[in-house]
Design a protein around this ligand. Structure first.
Ligand SMILES: [Zn+2]
Length: 307
């Protein structure tokens, strides 16, 4: 895995998650804050651990008494591939959970050494995509068992303001205790004009360690509150609540093709039922988009920080 000590670009943007001042990587690979003096050690596995070492107070302001502003041009419908994709992913072994439509919104690095933050990177399956797009991949996770570049707390990102052109967060937002703080942090570390792409659980089953599964309005509210312009908010068409329940809760560890086969009759009947419903009503709540939205396991989003 890449290491902060080996990257001039990454070292230049490291900051203390507690006080925000510059971090200096020491000869032994640990880091020290030039502001508050906090030392950040390495884990037994050798990963630089920039997680908060002491509690930190954080205030956010919420404006009450105003409705959520929903841009009428923002349609809550399955993601359609971008008409102007910037990156050619031909020949790359793409992780199963990343669709071509979603990847078509990946930005291309503006210059060599541009940084991309993979927030909640897990076992680093997206590194190959980031590097194809020309970015230096920075994988961050809270979990020591991950294959992250560094460990950190998403509520107090250990980076300077405006460090990244692109932040990716797949299936992670629902795992955060204070998601408004996290969204605010992502906005802070993005460069002007930077993109925040991700997915968040909706009708997935119980997650060990999960806090908030997001509806479309929940995701929109969260992102807009942080200052993002939400360009796409899309229910997943393939990853349905039924599929998620089947593969994650009803029949865990069952091979995916078998799960799909088991659920096929239920899903077929469900779709038929809705189709029949549309013969007797033109109510928009009976439309195909509504069916997909109402039964999806996750929403994908494309959000931008103002240039
Ligand atoms: Zn500090």
């Amino acid at each position: 895995m890449p290491d902060p000590a080996d990257s001039i670009n990454l070292r230049a943007v490291l900051a203390c998650g507690f006080c925000g001042q510059n971090l200096q990587v020491q000869g032994d690979g640990s880091a020290q804050c030039a502001g508050c003096g906090q030392r950040y050690a390495r884990t037994a596995a050798g990963t630089l651990d920039l997680r908060l070492q002491r509690s930190k107070a954080r205030e956010l302001c919420f404006e009450l008494g105003t409705p959520l502003a929903v841009d009428p041009s923002l349609r809550i419908e399955p993601l359609v591939a971008s008409s102007a994709p910037q990156v050619d992913f031909t020949g790359i072994a793409v992780p199963q959970h990343v669709t071509p439509e979603f990847m078509s919104y990946f930005p291309k690095a503006r210059e060599p050494g541009s940084l991309m933050l993979d927030l909640g990177c897990g076992q680093a399956p997206h590194r190959v995509l980031a590097e194809r797009a020309g970015f230096e991949w920075v994988g961050m996770d809270y979990d020591e068992a991950s294959r992250a570049t560094l460990l950190g707390d998403a509520h107090a990102l250990p980076f300077r303001d405006e460090s990244f052109e692109f932040v990716l967060s797949l299936a992670a937002l629902h795992l955060f205790r204070f998601p408004w703080v996290v969204a605010n942090e992502v906005h802070r570390v993005l460069k002007p004009g930077g993109l925040f792409l991700g997915t968040v659980a909706f009708l997935e089953p119980f997650h060990d360690g999960g806090y908030f599964h997001h509806t479309h309005l929940g995701a929109l509210n969260l992102l807009q509150h942080a200052g993002f312009a939400v360009q796409r908010l899309a229910p997943s068409q393939d990853w349905t609540g039924l599929q998620a329940q089947a593969s994650m809760a009803l029949f865990p560890r069952m091979p995916r093709p078998l799960t799909r086969a088991v659920m096929f009759p239920v899903e077929a009947l469900h779709k038929l039922w809705w189709r029949a419903g549309r013969l007797v009503t033109r109510n928009p709540n009976a439309a195909e988009d509504a069916r997909i939205r109402n039964t999806t396991a996750a929403f994908a989003f494309v959000a931008a920080k103002a240039a």
